[in-house]
Design a protein around this ligand. Structure first.
Ligand SMILES: Cc1cc2nc3c(=O)[nH]c(=O)nc-3n(C[C@H](O)[C@H](O)[C@H](O)COP(=O)(O)OP(=O)(O)OC[C@H]3O[C@@H](n4cnc5c(N)ncnc54)[C@H](O)[C@@H]3O)c2cc1C
Length: 341
């Protein structure tokens, strides 16, 4: 079997069988020696001229970007969703891209239906893990991470609060290795005492060994709930309106940097000009504990066409290269929000 791409594909479609045999035989003899005989028969697909094929798989013309594939994945409505290799920003034109795009849209259907199946499994590696609570049910740190033979410490970033002796933003700390769970250590170091990872919050879990644990199920935390309030007095924000600067969070609707940025865009700016993504977040970061690398996304770099170069030069990874192509409901991420306008 041989491939003819682009213009060559069109030429091959127009050839007779005799011409195809005459065309391919010298190549076979170059590869296998002069003893290679001319094939008895030759067949070519006609996907270019076949109106029911209209081409074989997606092809990036000059000036196309990955963002065009994100645009093709944008749902038309809650009930009209798009999967297919052409909708995968990284693995387009492949079977695995098609497969992952199907999983992505299935996730979208589940999250739109408003619930994450009870018993989502949180997989922890023997490393620092960035986790998130994407379900509308609190995670009790003392109950889930109480095994000192597995867990060294758990850390949560708290942006604001009113606890005396804590200067915000501050780290909240828990350790099963300390008899009091780390209360005295936290007080001595100006940390907040960590007891709960609330819905929509993220945390670092430093683990000695790999293990998994089943988290409570419930309604999925929606990315739109992080929409910042705008104006003076501030209004229009979601129930978890993000402040400017850095927040460590988790969402249950499996966002990508592009979908999260669109979800938290202030009303009226959710639809940027055609071919561009909403720039309501500066950057989004998730940690891969096995590869020890950051997944990085920045809508403004997508729009300027500089994302791939930036990721490569900093040795980051693209969010689309996550095993599932996007965050899970147990995946935490950092988001950096611009100054409110
Ligand atoms: C020659 C060739 C070699 C390839 N080699 C590889 C490879 O080595 N590795 C790899 O990973 N990928 C390879 N690919 C790419 C891979 O096959 C495709 O990316 C993948 O199959 C796309 O899957 P999909 O589900 O997105 O689309 P498709 O598999 O094309 O499915 C689309 C379906 O929709 C149907 N359809 C179209 N229009 C309508 C309509 N109006 N109403 C109802 N149904 C409709 C079609 O009949 C088809 O069944 C190759 C492709 C080709 C053509």
């Amino acid at each position: 079997m041989t491939f003819g791409f682009g213009e060559q594909g069109k030429i091959i479609e127009s050839m007779t069988e005799a011409q195809l045999i005459a065309d391919v035989t010298p190549a076979l003899q170059k590869m296998f020696g002069s003893a290679a005989k001319a094939p008895r028969r030759a067949f070519a697909t006609s996907w270019n001229s076949d109106p029911y094929a209209g081409g074989a798989y997606s092809f990036q013309a000059v000036n196309c970007t990955s963002q065009d594939h994100v645009t093709l994945a944008t749902p038309a409505s809650q009930s009209l969703l798009f999967a297919g290799e052409h909708t995968h920003e990284l693995y387009r034109a492949t079977v695995h891209g098609a497969f992952l795009s199907g999983e992505r849209e299935a996730d979208r259907v589940i999250s739109q239906s408003g619930s994450v199946p009870a018993g989502s499994t949180l997989s922890i590696n023997a490393a620092l893990n960035l986790i998130g609570n994407g379900v509308e049910a609190p995670i009790s740190v003392g109950a889930v991470f109480d095994d000192a033979s597995k867990v060294l410490s758990v850390w949560k970033w708290v942006v604001s609060g009113s606890t005396q002796g804590v200067s915000y933003p501050a780290w909240a700390f828990y350790s099963p290795a300390l008899a009091d769970g780390g209360k005295a250590y936290a007080a001595a170091n100006g940390f907040y005492v960590l007891t709960t990872i609330n819905p929509g919050e993220g945390a670092w879990v430093n683990a000695k060994v790999a293990f998994s644990t089943v988290l409570p199920g419930g309604t999925a935390v929606q990315s739109t709930s992080f929409k910042p309030a705008v104006g003076t007095p501030a209004s229009g924000g979601g129930v978890r309106a993000l402040p400017q600067g850095w927040s460590l969070i988790g969402a249950g609707d499996s966002p990508t940097p592009a979908t999260f940025s669109a979800a938290v865009a202030a009303t009226g700016s959710a639809s940027p000009v055609s071919g561009k993504v909403a720039t309501s977040v500066i950057s989004m970061w998730a940690w891969d504990p096995l590869k020890a690398t950051w997944y990085f996304g920045s809508p403004s770099l997508v729009n300027s066409g500089g994302l791939d170069t930036y990721i490569a030069s900093n040795k980051y990874s693209d969010f689309a290269s996550m095993p599932s192509g996007r965050l899970s409901s147990t995946g935490g991420f950092w988001v950096n929000m611009p100054q409110s306008k």
